[in-house]
Design a protein around this ligand. Structure first.
Ligand code: ADP
Length: 484
């Protein structure tokens, strides 16, 4: 099949979160299955791609009146043809989606432009994709445009669209005054095709226009169908429930394999964990914590945002630390400065037990995965989550809130240990400080008092496999279903 993959970030080029990991791994896995995949993304200021093969000018009408021009750079990323859309006003900015504090006010227009450019460069090249694969609100409009602007186009009239929802909380909302500029008709707005609570909602336009829709885990798909956990769009997902499914993300074991990881000072495997113990020592040294192997380390790598559970995690850590427990917390994250300052504050009061790095650091993220004993993922909601998959591979037991993709990928140890043969982590349910700190205590008790059970969980965790090949096979089936 010919697949046009439109996305706003790609691992190895520019990344803010798990969407980028997906955008690198899935096209690659589909290519291995002999599909003809092309990927389109913006050429942001941060994109300094060395392997550019040239550029072509492209000009098109974004709406009925306004013609735009841009340059389409050609390159290959991991052997996959890549088209980078350069438009100085739209993409040559410091941030991808915001200026560090607030979202760019013209985001809807910027990404509408990306969607239109992605489709138009197909016309220019005479390359007729079978599938346009859209990802999140940024590229959801491509599904809308296909239906509304190109139904009779000789190149695109047979093309079907798939929308993957990586995070349904972000919806690309903007005021109705942008409608004309976006090329969205007032009829469609008034008819509810793109309107939610009086605003233009780009994600909604994709949910209602795409031929097939999926969330990045079956658990999250179920949550999106329920009113309370759907980020308000449950009525759209339920209206499309026959075309809506969940497909679990994979883990890129070429980058996350403790036996080969180039970022680690020592390598290890399930059969020989000596390297993991040495990584723990190295991590403690790197983070300025006492090098004590008998003290459990809880690691965390995360965007600093309310989605990740910081509102109850920070007080829960504080409680555990104030109780004088033998524990160490190691956190790496960037994002909301309020959470960063609360974490710094906690660190200042517990220098021997808590270390926080405010930043984005790939090498350190690998060391945290390798050197920790537990990995914290207490998310309020989690569409799939990747870090818990890395943690399992590195024998670092995830402590999760039971939600979305976390619930789908981690088998929680029961209180009576009756499922110790299958379990791979610890969970809690209610998103509050009490239950979060209780889960940390249970994890500490497991580590301190039930070492044999901990070891068993660790072995099971390291035997789990979530490959992108499995994931790509499910997307291939979904693409075929889009033609039924
Ligand atoms: P989300 O996409 O919601 O941010 P995921 O767990 O799905 O969460 O993916 C996050 C990805 O970004 C992972 O690959 C993780 O290791 C990486 N990451 C997040 N924050 C940092 C950071 N501060 N430093 C290094 N890597 C990070």
């Amino acid at each position: 099949m010919k697949i046009l993959f439109i996305v706003s970030e790609i691992e190895g080029i520019v990344k803010t979160g798990g969407l980028a990991d997906f955008a690198r791994a899935l096209p690659w896995a589909l290519k291995k299955m002999h599909h003809d995949v092309r990927v389109v993304m913006p050429k942001y200021r941060a994109v300094q791609y060395p392997g550019l093969e040239g550029s072509w000018p492209l000009s098109f009408l974004l709406n009925h009146a306004t013609r735009y021009g841009c340059l389409v750079f050609h390159a290959r990323h991991d052997g996959i043809p890549l088209r980078l859309i350069e438009h100085h006003d739209f993409f040559s900015r410091d941030g991808l989606y915001d200026n560090g504090y607030t979202a760019y006010p013209d985001n809807a227009l910027r990404f509408a432009f990306l969607c239109k450019a992605a489709l138009e460069q197909c016309l220019q090249e005479g390359w007729a994709p079978d599938i346009v694969h859209c990802n999140d609100w940024q590229t959801a409009l491509a599904a809308y445009y296909l239906k509304e602007h190109y139904p009779h186009d000789p190149v695109l009239k047979h093309t079907r669209s798939v929308l993957t929802v990586h995070n349904g909380a972000f919806q690309g909302k903007t005021e109705a005054k942008w409608l004309d500029g976006l090329g969205i008709s007032w009829d469609r707005f008034a008819g509810g095709q793109v309107e939610h609570n009086g605003l233009v909602n780009l994600l909604k336009s994709g949910i209602l226009s795409a031929d097939k829709i999926n969330a990045v885990s079956p658990g999250y798909a179920k949550e999106l169908l329920a009113k309370a956990s759907s980020h308000e769009l449950w009525y759209c997902y339920t209206a499309r429930h026959h075309d809506f499914t969940g497909i679990l993300n994979g883990c890129d074991y070429t980058m996350w394999n403790p036996e080969k990881d180039p970022y680690l000072p020592h390598r290890f495997s399930a059969d020989n964990l000596k390297g993991k113990h040495l990584c723990k020592k190295n991590l403690q040294q790197r983070m300025g914590l006492p090098q004590r192997k008998e003290v459990p380390i809880f690691g965390m790598i995360s965007r600093l945002t309310d989605q990740k559970g910081f509102d109850y995690l920070i007080p829960a850590m504080e409680q555990v630390l104030n109780q004088g427990s033998a524990v160490q917390f190691v956190l790496l994250g960037s994002g909301n400065p309020v959470y960063a300052s609360r974490l710094h504050h906690l660190q200042n009061r517990h220098r021997e037990k808590m270390s926080f790095v405010n930043g984005y650091d790939v090498a350190l993220s690998h060391l945290i995965e390798a050197g920790s004993d537990f990995f914290m993922m207490p998310s309020l909601f989690e569409p799939c989550g990747l870090n818990q998959l890395y943690s399992l591979a590195y024998g670092t037991l995830p402590v999760i809130r039971s939600t979305g993709g976390l619930k789908d990928t981690v088998v929680a140890l029961s209180h009576d240990f009756s499922n110790a043969d299958q379990a791979t982590g610890i969970d809690f349910n209610a998103p509050d400080t009490y239950h979060c700190s209780e889960a940390i205590h249970r994890a500490m008790a497991l580590f301190n008092n039930h070492k044999a059970v901990y070891d068993r969980l660790q072995q099971t965790a390291m035997g789990q496999l979530f490959t992108w090949d499995m994931c790509a096979a499910e997307y291939e089936a979904l693409y075929h279903e889009a033609f039924e």
